[in-house]
Design a protein around this ligand. Structure first.
Ligand code: F6P
Length: 322
């Protein structure tokens, strides 16, 4: 290959810029031309493509968001859209792609590469950490630190007012942000889609264990399917009318902010691995890190939804919530 294109797609995540920087600089290191594609697959279809140099990625490693912007493209979902995208790549003599994103990004990449015969390597960029083939996705560490920072503040006011807070965190189909940040903030309960919790049991515990606690925080994952934060608040109020209950939805602050050092290093390693993978002839795989080592996983396996979480984390969350 002589020339690669890079795009970010789907929801942004802190550290995507560090990954773009690593891909661009690694490509240049190996004497490849490198092109930035704006707004994900949408920009690819429309030909929104610019050549990048070492300087175009200067001073971005510390910035949240993605300088390439991102979008969810309707046109790319059609055969005609993907044919247009392929034509744009031909026009710019781009002969391989690096796609940074989550499951939607890799689903698109797989169809595109098989149908239009172009090598694609994926880099996992999502705060949800819901991909297989990597211990952590780029942005997850920053997001859970954002949650911990925000909920520590909520804890201060909850303690002062003797309140119960139900805090909803992101994770469309996954409770991994909730589980780890919940342990990190010392949550009294964590509700996630992967673990069926008997809420009556949670309520009973609130009643029996350390009755005199002045604040209680229940973390609810966005993807939890028992009714979400507001219904949880109603259930608590129904059982304990004397509790002062508040709901807080953290929302998109979890997607922004400067990436943690862990995310910057992860992004840098995966950016280098992605380009080296393409040079080695790989395609249709996501670069990840498993137990400290670079690993490549086929897109199909990377996007498989595994509806389980580490039981050890669930257990310690339970033991420590007394
Ligand atoms: O996939 C990342 C994510 O942040 C999910 O946790 C969340 O459900 C979703 O994106 C929100 O997407 P949007 O910004 O399009 O509302």
């Amino acid at each position: 290959i002589k020339s690669i294109g890079i795009l970010t797609s789907g929801g942004d995540s802190p550290g995507m810029n560090a990954a773009i920087r690593a891909v661009v600089r690694t490509a240049l290191y190996y004497d490849l031309n490198v092109y930035g594609i704006t707004r994900g697959y949408d920009g690819l279809v429309k030909g929104d493509i610019v050549e990048m140099g070492a300087k175009s990625v200067a001073n971005i490693i510390q910035r949240g968001g993605t300088i390439l912007k991102t979008a969810r493209s309707q046109e790319f979902l059609t055969v005609e859209g993907r044919a247009k995208a392929r034509e744009q790549l031909r026009k710019h003599n781009i002969d391989a792609l690096v796609a940074i994103g989550g499951d939607g990004t890799f689903t698109g990449a797989k169809v595109f590469m098989e149908e239009q015969d172009i090598p694609v390597i994926g880099i996992p960029g999502t705060i949800d950490n819901d991909l297989q083939g990597t211990d952590f996705t780029i942005g997850y560490d920053t997001a859970i630190n954002t949650v911990v920072d925000a909920v520590d503040k909520i804890r201060d006011t909850a303690e002062s007012h003797d309140r119960v807070f139900i805090v909803e965190v992101m994770g469309r189909d996954s409770g991994l942000i909730a589980l780890r940040s919940g342990i990190g903030i010392g949550a009294e309960a964590i509700l996630i889609p992967e673990a069926k919790i008997d809420f009556t049991d949670v309520l009973n515990r609130m009643d029996s264990i350390r009755k005199n606690k002045s604040s209680r925080i229940i973390i609810v994952a966005e993807g939890e399917n028992e009714g979400g934060a507001f219904e949880t608040a109603e259930k608590v109020k129904g059982r304990f009318p004397h509790y002062d209950v508040r709901v807080s939805i953290l929302g998109h602050i979890q997607r922004g902010g400067k990436p943690s050092c862990m995310d910057r290093v992860l992004a840098s390693r995966l950016g280098v691995a992605a380009v080296e993978g393409l040079i080695a002839g790989k395609s249709g795989e996501m670069a990840g890190i498993i137990c400290g080592d670079i690993a490549f996983t086929p897109f199909d396996n990377a996007i498989k939804h595994i509806h389980t979480v580490n039981p050890n984390l669930l257990k310690i969350a339970d033991i420590l919530s007394l």
